[in-house]
Design a protein around this ligand. Sequence first.
Ligand code: TMP
Length: 254
Amino acid sequence: MSRRRQIYEGKAKVLFEGPEPGTLVQYFKDDASAFNNQKRGTITGKGVLNNRISEYLMSRLAEIGIPTHFVRRLNMREQLVREVEIIPIGVVVRNIAAGSLSERLGIAEGTALPRSIIEYYLKKDELGDPLVSEEHITAFGWASTHDLDEIVQIALRVNDFLTGLFLGISIRLIDFKLEFGRLYTDDEVRIVIADEISPDNCRLWDARTNEKMDKDRFRQDLGRVEEGYREVARRLGILPEGGPVDFKAPRLVQ
Ligand code: TMP
């Protein structure tokens, strides 16, 4: 890891001061956590894969005019991002019932939803990231009605675009979580996508077999977790020949 000044350490990533003002370096760890940090583990190679997958998806989104904090990938585990003021709300978009929606409402996992559903979660570890409503968000000032309008528009565009992108490689986008931030420039404030978009925060099922290719493999102890992430990268066409090479440890030369 580099010797830059650390700004923040999360469960799966570390943020460092960037090389220029207004930038940060986002470092992807192999650490995984679930169920509000009650389950922890390591998925070897996950950081390298998520760095690449998130780079790829955010770049494709930028090409169709969806603003993100991503600037460029720096190396196997780090990317340069713009510093934003994080909005403390996780925005989940769901197409197929799974996870907490299935548990909360008793809807069988795999049921197609009548339309895409957006949910908001307050990012607060001590409270286990509770589900909140638009009323809570605006009343407590976490985001304005105007911010939310923009967030919903972006989230639905991302959903349409990524649904098609993944379907093209025979993957069903079941649901995903986005984070947003405010990007301050000289004369305006823009809402942009922050954090990452990867199998850590998307549910991705093989379109033919419904096999899970995301963090549910870790949450549910399904095994072959890294393989799921690697297969997503392989289908996206971003896996270097021979798999990702991480220069963390010397390799045995025979
Ligand atoms: P959920 O069904 O557990 O509420 O998760 C919905 C989506 O949000 C799923 O794709 C996983 C993602 N997610 C995160 O990225 N971080 C979280 O802390 C949680 C709870 C879910």
